[in-house]
Design a binder for this molecule. Structure first.
Ligand code: BGC
Length: 730
């Protein structure tokens, strides 16, 4: 077997010996393993795993199923298994902490690219960009010596208030699935394991460590599970993280139904299930409930972990069958072998030009233009003489916030910096904060003065990663703009009607009366290290916005399903998802509640016309039973990107269904005047609902409408199709 050379870097810190570097491996040229099958990289994965397993002692197997520091599990030098490093997270490779605390390790080689938040990635509706994103994560993780990256998160936006909405791909299971599948494939193509998290129903941070979630089987199958299922079955994700909460009375980390029955038996998941950090509650429950790797439990030494000495003793006494431990060890080994941890990986790369370009492109396509009256945007750089930039988020660094998704970045271009780079040589740019951590009259007055003296205002506000906004462990308390921004915006637009509003934030915000008066509003999410450049390019028209909302913006919190039904954050320790399937646009459309900005919505600097829809049988060998074909034409004067969306309406459902469900989309780029034919495959699954009585997906004969829209509420074309046969799929 060919062996890559290993780097050994050791540093003494006090008395402790700390390993450093991306390719830290313990010595492993042992006579008995030379020539062993598992060392032969030409052998199939399963054969290598079985061979390795057959050589392991009980203690070694136990070492595989629990941590030996905050983010590692132990090396097994005798067999040449290096220490296994895990790392957050979804938006880049987190700075190192520990070994036994959450405190930063204080290293100087743990910087990483800071990518746009996943909610923004989803708003690109561009699956190629999910691939580009995953490649950055994978390459940087490899360079940093990480075997498992703890992401992507794929919990569904059930409430606008969830403090981690920014980390997740929004409210729709189909869009989420498409994005996470490409992300995961790209990470894993770099010999790094992804981790699909948090399985499942960790849809609020409030009480996340205790709350019990109750939902019906259809909501589980149709809304909350699809992204995980796609991660497992389409992307072959190598690990899954269980959620903190309980599901139907049992902790997610020891939930036989979720972990053993659904994930492993039904879906055929062969990877490992790890706990969330300190989300393990008992030895019996975890061992029997399907957990394979215990991380983050708040005890020391590590032998006291639930799946350490107590598990070993249980196997020795015959309380737990050996086969159970073997199964868990096998799942861990599978990830270890699949990520080439034994033979060693080639070095990765960090913050390359390509990574920066990917971050920029994703940020550009994630920007959603919510309002643009009388073509207020794009701005003409030759005509703007003075700009008053106002708002804390014009200068606020976002990378080191939000919780486990934080990044120690090399750089972050703020909006103010981006604007200065773009037009600083020809326009006078002033900056005023406008508000601080609370409403501040003096700051507001200064900002209003600056606004009245400039040609135009670029306001950059919204939310941030401070606790009670977009941050882990707590939710937002309401959907309003904090720090008196509504009042400030009313005053600014009064002082200068040319007020362009840009919001940061991981989800929807209520917007005050000022909305009717300002000419333009942009939703920027958290656009990452290239955010300021991307934003300036979009405001000045170098880039034509093509992002579409990955979540509905309701007019007010009470309009949104969980809140309308008073089912958040739960009563007596339980939250009941009584809205069932009606999450996001499924609720607003079915209940006819007018949103502020609908799901799938986003403006462009050009206009697109749709025509000639036909739905016909797919050609043999194509990946659909039917295919929707239609033309999209750019009828404006600028090049631009559009996202045609395909929704299916069941005209006479046997069981109640939302009025429409997203089942396909495409992102097309068109030059001015150009027309393209777009095809979107339609499968049996596009028509199916989950039939709890049969425990199967039912595509039932009957009539359906195929709706093609520029958003969920801007349907441009439609056609009827009839299914003549009923089919059931597992
Ligand atoms: C979060 C996980 C994260 C883990 C490790 C937990 O608090 O819920 O998403 O991966 O910490 O940092």
């Amino acid at each position: 077997m060919k062996r890559s050379s290993k780097t050994y870097l050791w540093v003494f810190s006090g008395l402790a010996l700390v390993t450093l570097g991306s390719l830290v491996m313990t010595s492993h040229s042992h006579a008995q393993e030379q020539g062993a099958l598992y060392m032969d990289i030409g052998q199939p994965l399963d054969a290598r795993v079985e061979d390795l397993l057959s050589r392991m002692t009980l203690e070694e197997k136990i070492a595989l199923v629990h941590a030996d520091s905050k983010f590692t599990s132990a090396a097994i030098p005798r067999l040449g298994l290096p220490r296994r490093w895990l790392s957050d997270g979804p938006h880049g490779v987190r700075e190192d902490v520990g070994p036994d605390t959450w405190k930063p390790a204080g290293r100087t080689d743990d910087f990483a690219s800071f990518m746009p938040a996943l909610i923004g990635l989803a708003a690109t509706w561009n699956t190629d960009l999910a691939t580009a994103y995953g490649k950055v994560i994978g390459e940087e993780a490899r360079q940093r010596g990480k075997q498992i990256m703890l992401g992507p998160g794929m919990n569904i936006m059930r409430t606008p208030l969830n403090g981690r909405n920014f980390e997740y791909p929004g409210e729709d299971p189909f869009l989420s699935s498409r994005m996470v599948v490409n992300y995961i494939r790209a990470v894993q193509a770099e010999d790094v394991a992804s981790c699909a998290k948090h399985f499942v129903a960790n849809d609020q941070e409030w009480d996340r460590g205790t709350v019990n979630v109750e939902m019906d089987e259809r909501a589980l199958r149709e809304i909350y599970l699809p992204a995980f299922k796609a991660a497992v079955q389409e992307a072959g994700v190598l690990s899954v993280m269980s959620a903190y909460n309980k599901f139907r009375g049992y902790w997610c980390a020891e939930n036989d139904y979720l972990l053993n029955k659904i994930l492993k038996d039904e879906w055929g998941f062969k990877g490992l299930v790890m706990s969330d950090w300190a989300g393990t509650h008992s030895t019996d429950g975890s061992v029997l409930g399907g957990l394979d790797l215990e991380m983050g439990t708040d005890v020391l030494p590590y032998g006291k972990f639930f799946m350490a000495d107590a598990f070993r003793d249980g196997v020795q006494s015959g309380k737990f069958p050996k086969s159970l431990l073997d199964d868990k060890a096998r799942r861990n080994l599978r990830q270890i072998v699949a990520t080439k941890s034994i033979e060693g990986r080639s070095p990765g790369a960090i913050n390359t030009k390509e990574h920066q370009a990917a971050a920029r492109r994703i940020a550009e396509e994630s920007l959603v233009l919510l309002k643009n009256e009388n073509n207020a945007l794009p701005l003409d750089a030759d005509k703007v003489k003075s700009i008053a930039v106002i708002g804390e988020n014009a200068v606020q660094l976002q990378h080191y916030g939000g919780g486990s998704a934080r990044i120690k970045t090399f750089y972050e271009v703020t909006p103010l910096e981006g604007l200065v780079r773009r037009v600083g040589d020809r326009a006078t740019i002033s900056y005023s904060m406008g508000y601080a951590e609370k409403q501040n009259e003096e700051l507001a007055n200064q900002a209003v003065r600056a606004a009245s003296q400039a040609d135009l205002v670029i306001y950059v506000g919204g939310l941030n990663h401070r606790l009670l906004f977009d941050a882990e462990s707590k939710d937002r308390v309401d959907m309003k703009l904090p720090y008196g921004q509504d009042q400030l915006l009313s005053r600014l637009v009064e002082a200068n009607p040319r007020t362009i509003v840009v919001f940061f934030g991981g989800g929807p915000m209520e917007m005050g009366d000022w909305l009717a008066k300002v000419p333009a509003v942009v939703q920027a999410w958290y656009p990452g290290m290239e955010g300021g450049n991307a934003l300036a390019a979009m405001l000045f028209g170098d880039v034509n916005p093509s992002g579409k909302l990955s979540c509905t913006f309701p007019k007010r919190l009470q309009d949104s399903p969980a809140h309308a039904l008073n089912n958040y954050p739960g009563k007596d320790g339980t939250v009941r998802y009584e809205e069932g399937l009606l999450v996001g646009y499924r609720w607003y459309d079915t209940k006819k509640v007018e949103p502020l900005f609908p799901f799938g919505y986003g403006l462009s600097y050009t206009r697109f016309e749709y025509s000639n829809l036909s739905v016909s049988p797919a050609k043999e060998g194509k990946d659909g039973m039917l295919v929707a074909t239609f033309d999209v034409k750019n009828v404006g004067s600028r090049e631009g990107g559009e996202v045609p969306q395909l929704y299916v309406e069941d005209l006479k459902p046997r069981l109640a269904r939302p009025v429409k469900e997203l089942k396909g989309f495409s992102k097309v780029f068109l030059k001015a005047g150009e027309q393209k034919s777009v095809t979107i495959p339609i499968n049996r699954s596009s028509f199916a609902f989950y039939d709890p009585a049969r425990r199967a997906w039912a595509a039932e004969k009957g009539d359906f409408k195929i709706l093609i829209g520029s958003s969920s509420r801007d349907i441009r074309l439609q056609d009827n199709v009839r299914l003549t046969q009923t089919t059931f799929d597992k």
